[in-house]
Structures are given as structure tokens and as C-alpha cells.
Design a protein around this ligand. Structure first.
Ligand code: GRG
Length: 305
């Protein structure tokens, strides 16, 4: 099976499980309160029918390093995808990035309205933790708690939300200082990197990996997240909107400092190559078992969507 086929296969599994969980888990198990239909429509619009499902792929493939089956890692993967989808729904809002399209469709606030999009994001964030609390994720409550704690940290104020805050402050606060490369690297390692790092470490948490294995996956996730962000910035400069599935050239039009605008395209490409190789090197302790994750690093560096 090629890498692309494997990514598509995991995307299919994720889509099917999301379709089941978003709609059933967001119900009180002992009561039969239905989800308000408009909100449910927004939740399904936000989660189904698009997306590479790259973070679920990383959870499932990092768990495979420890001998876990797809099924054993799938609900953790889906919980993470719910957090990712929430972040996209909120990021697209007029008060944030003001994007009308996402994944080749109208963004949630465009298809519904702003308040529904805010509430859909809130519901997706909370359902992620509801999913992680269930025994289907792992039989051990300690493992479930470790996943909940790690995802909360990755998504929260010192993780993705913190990165988004730094990004918006840099763009909008009148007192802002001139952006520096180290400042942008830091905010991106939170905004984009934290969830990708969690995805890679989740396999070690689920699979009972030791500190060295977890540290190796942490390093892999860090370099992969950086490569992912540089590739995303390059797509904004060089990609076409139809393939990418959202508006491009937005950063330049907004005069926004990005890794590419601060480094220039040539240096950004070199840094992308370095991060790709560093991610691959971090997997050395896993030997041949890590072949699919190695291909994932190559996919990120070469992606066009
Ligand atoms: C609103 C708290 C909050 C955070 C938003 C994720 C994010 C933080 C903003 C999205 C802005 C952006 C375009 C970041 C660049 C990297 C990124 C996360 C791209 C989208 O992820 P993909 O390419 O999307 O994996 P798909 O649609 O394939 O899931």
C-alpha cells in the first residue's frame, strides 16, 4: 500500500467513527435529550466530509509502533480530530481569520451563522474529552487520564490557544513589537505544533512506551510540526486555492509576518528540508517499524494540499 492509500484508509476510518461519535456521544448517556438540530448540523458540517485527517493518522501510526491496532487507537485519534476541527471553526470566524471557505466548503459560520459556529466549536472541544474518558479509548483509567491531561495541555492556554493568542496579538495590538523569527517559531510551535506533537506522543501513552520512546516521538512531532507550518506558509504563497481547499495569499495580503516572509522562500525551503530530516532521524530508535512515519515526514515536506 502506498503512503497516500494508507492516509486515505485512515481518513475513511476516522470519518466513519466521527460520523458515529458526533451525534451520539454528545448526548447524556442516561437521558435522551436530543442535540438541537441546527447545532448538530453545524457539528457534522465541521467534522465530516473533508480534511486530510493527518493528526488521526499520526495517532494511529505512532500507536502501531507499540503493536496497537487501528481500532485500539481510533477513538483517541477521533478525539484529537474533534479538537482540530473546533480550532478550524473558531479560526475561520470573522473575529479571528475571517475565512469564508474551509476544506473546499463554506466555513461553518458562513453555512450557519457566527453564534452557531462558536457553539459548535465549544461542543467539539468538550466532546473530545468526553470521548477520551470512555473505556473504549483504553481499559486503564490511568492511561485515559494521561491522554486527557496531555491533550488539555496541548490544546490550552500554554499550547494551541496560547499560540493563537500570540499570533493575533502580533497582528493586532498597537503596542506590538516588530516580529522576529524566534517569536514566530515559538508561536507556531504552539499554534500548529502542539496538537501535532500530542498526536505523536499519544501513541506512546496508549502503547505504554517508556520515557526514551516518548521523548523520541516528542522530537519527531516537534520537527514535523515545524515542517508542516513551513509547508503551509509556502502553500499560502505558492499554492492554488482549489487544491489547497481554502483561500491562499491571505498572509501576504494581510501583511502578516510568517516563517516564509521572515526567512524568504529559499531559506524556508532549506529549513523545511532540515526539519524533515531531523524528524526522520528522531525515529531511529524504532528502526524499520517507523517506515510509515518516515514517509509522513516526506509527505509533509512535499504536500500540496
Ligand atoms: C482558534 C484556538 C484557535 C486556534 C486556531 C489551527 C489554528 C489555531 C489555526 C488554523 C490556521 C492555520 C491555517 C494554521 C496552519 C496550519 C494548520 C493547522 C492548517 C490546517 O490543518 P490541516 O492542513 O487541515 O491538517 P485539514 O483540513 O486537512 O484537517
Amino acid at each position: 500500500m502506498t503512503f497516500s492509500q494508507r492516509l486515505d484508509q485512515i481518513a475513511g476510518l476516522t470519518e466513519a467513527r466521527l460520523g458515529t461519535l458526533v451525534g451520539t456521544k454528545i448526548k447524556h448517556p442516561e437521558r435522551d435529550d436530543p442535540i438541537p438540530p441546527r447545532l448538530l448540523g453545524a457539528l457534522r458540517h465541521a467534522t465530516l466530509g473533508g480534511g486530510k485527517r493527518f493528526r488521526p493518522f499520526l495517532v494511529i501510526e505512532s500507536a502501531a509502533l507499540f503493536g496497537l491496532s487501528e481500532r485500539q487507537a481510533l477513538d483517541t485519534a477521533v478525539a484529537l480530530e474533534c479538537v482540530h476541527c473546533y480550532s478550524l471553526v473558531h479560526d475561520d470566524l470573522p473575529a479571528m481569520d475571517n475565512d469564508a471557505t474551509r476544506r473546499g466548503m463554506p466555513s461553518v459560520w458562513k453555512a450557519f451563522d457566527e453564534w452557531t459556529a462558536i457553539l459548535a466549536g465549544d461542543a467539539l472541544l468538550t466532546v473530545a474529552f468526553e470521548i477520551l474518558s470512555t473505556p473504549e479509548v483504553h481499559e486503564s483509567p490511568e492511561v485515559r487520564l494521561a491522554l486527557i491531561s496531555a491533550l488539555a495541555k496541548a490544546a490550552g492556554a500554554a499550547g494551541m490557544v496560547g499560540g493563537q493568542a500570540l499570533d493575533l496579538e502580533a497582528e493586532r495590538l498597537p503596542s506590538r513589537e516588530a516580529p522576529t523569527l524566534s517569536g514566530i517559531l515559538h508561536l507556531q510551535s504552539l499554534k500548529t505544533g502542539a496538537l501535532i506533537r500530542f498526536a505523536c506522543e499519544a501513541g506512546a501513552i496508549l502503547g505504554g512506551g517508556g520515557p526514551d520512546e516518548r521523548a523520541a516521538l516528542h522530537r519527531y512531532g516537534t520537527e514535523l510540526g515545524l515542517a508542516f507550518q513551513i509547508a503551509d506558509d509556502l502553500l499560502d504563497v505558492e499554492g492554488d486555492a482549489l487544491t489547497v481547499g481554502k483561500a491562499v495569499s491571505k498572509d501576504a495580503a494581510a501583511g502578516k509576518a510568517t516563517l516564509v516572509s521572515l526567512m524568504g522562500i529559499a531559506r524556508a525551503r532549506a529549513e523545511l528540508k532540515r526539519a524533515e530530516q531531523a524528524a526522520i532521524d528522531a525515529l531511529a530508535p524504532f528502526g524499520a517499524k517507523a517506515e510509515t512515519l518516515i514517509e509522513a515526514a516526506r509527505f509533509v515536506a512535499e504536500r500540496n494540499r
